[in-house]
Design a protein around this ligand. Structure first.
Ligand SMILES: [Zn+2]
Ligand SMILES: [Zn+2]
Length: 417
């Protein structure tokens, strides 16, 4: 029987793979330019890590985790997101002894047991940044700027930031109480999950897709309940966004599906993308490290779903920058010369060597089937004259040049190609 991929898992092939690589490359390049360092984390963690961070009344932990017992009897989970792992790593390696804040970039796969649909899989990749060790609203702005900068590299326009503040330990309990009170008369309109969470985690109602927007509109707004510290922080974030001319709107229903957020939460949307317009999301998490047993260390970051971004880029017909493709054809006697030539041209070009070295006609046929831009011809005449012919497959033009001028001639030719 033919073995296929598991439901919700997939191969990343062709154009998707090119875009995948480009997103990772650009993401790292931009974040690194802002002073962020790469962190690579394990895909498996103790399940408890996510109970205590993402939250045990969230959809992710309640329904979507791949949790299993290993042969040693440990209860483990495939990570459903990466911020908790960054915090775990920060604590485990005593990173608080470094000059703070510490700034990280990550790219890796996460796992959630969800119903697969377009752009959504059980194994998916996230790209993100985290800053640990500083409370300043300037850092909220910095991570938003990184997010925008990455997206802009892919020619996605009309970007806008949706923001909200979800308060802190001081002010959020009062808001939760008010929210529960306001929701009680609407108990029958709530979905089974929200009914259950009404007293433990009423914020999830704001996030839940199953309730009507008309219900959400009549609920109390968190920004009316913020304590002085949270209010000032939120005002400062808005002031900076305004000053930097970053388009934004306050959305009081924005809470994000994770319990560890405090103060600022945000999403970046593109108004060109219609209803499902969120490109990424993030926020501040000032208690996360502490809740996981570390020293009090505030943090802020964002995560972007790579698969959905790939779908968007394909819809926009985004083209990855590609090197020109060369194909070396040769007279069988001179096979080793072909290898030498290739070595001299890598990594400026993509260079393939014909695998057979049979008749020139057949070699050229194979070259054009593989989508080569130029063919380099090393026939007997060329080799004896210490030269090489370059054939442009599009125009059919062919020139002969000296071998030691090859690289320069190709660059010259490709300027116009
Ligand atoms: Zn507060
Ligand atoms: Zn609900």
């Amino acid at each position: 029987m033919e073995i296929k991929t598991v439901k919700g898992f997939k191969d990343i092939l062709g154009l998707d793979a090119l875009l995948f690589n480009e997103i990772q490359r650009v993401g790292y390049d931009i974040a690194n330019s802002f002073g962020y360092k790469l962190i690579v984390l394990p895909t498996v963690e103790y399940a408890e890590l996510f109970d205590r961070s993402v939250g045990n009344t969230t959809d992710i932990v309640e329904k979507e985790m791949f949790t299993f017992e290993d042969k040693g009897g440990r209860t483990l989970s495939l990570r459903p997101e990466m911020t908790a792992s960054v915090a775990r790593s920060f604590i485990e390696h005593h990173m608080e002894t470094n000059p703070l804040p510490l700034k990280f970039f990550y790219f890796g796969q996460c796992f959630r047991y969800e119903n697969p649909q377009k752009g959504r899989y059980r194994e998916f990749y996230q790209l993100g940044v985290e800053v640990l060790g500083d409370i300043s609203p300037l850092l909220d702005i910095e991570v938003i700027q990184i997010a925008l900068k990455i997206i802009e590299q892919f020619n996605i326009k009309n970007l806008k930031v949706k923001i909200n503040s979800i308060g802190c330990r001081v002010c959020r309990p009062k808001y939760k109480e008010a929210l529960t009170e306001a929701l009680k008369p609407h108990y029958d309109e709530l979905c089974p999950d929200c009914k259950r969470r009404l007293y433990t985690n009423p914020l999830r109602v704001l996030d839940c897709k199953k309730e009507e927007d008309s219900l959400k509109e009549i609920l109390p707004r968190i920004t009316n309940y913020l304590c002085d510290e949270c209010r000032k922080h939120f005002e400062e974030v808005q002031r900076l966004l305004t000053e930097l001319k970053i388009p934004f709107e306050v959305d009081n229903t924005l809470v994000r599906g994770l319990d560890y957020y405090t103060k600022t939460v945000f999403e970046v949307i593109s108004e060109d993308l219609g209803a499902q317009n969120a490109l990424l999301g993030g926020g501040r998490y000032d208690y996360l490290v502490e809740d996981l047993g570390g020293r009090k260390t505030p943090g802020v970051g964002f995560a972007m779903g790579v698969e959905r971004f790939i779908e968007i880029l394909k819809g926009n017909k985004f083209k990855t920058p590609e090197k020109k493709k060369l194909y070396i054809t040769y007279d069988k006697k001179f096979g080793s010369n072909a290898f030498e030539i290739r070595n001299s041209l890598i990594p400026d070009f993509v260079v393939e060597i014909d695998p057979k070295g049979d008749s020139l006609k057949k070699q050229i046929e194979r070259a054009s089937k593989r989508g080569s831009d130029f063919i380099l011809i090393m026939g007997e005449n060329e080799v004896l004259e210490n030269s090489i012919s370059i054939k442009d497959l599009k125009s059919g033009n062919q020139i002969k040049i000296k071998i030691d001028e090859l690289k320069e001639s190709l660059k010259e030719l490709l300027k116009d190609a």
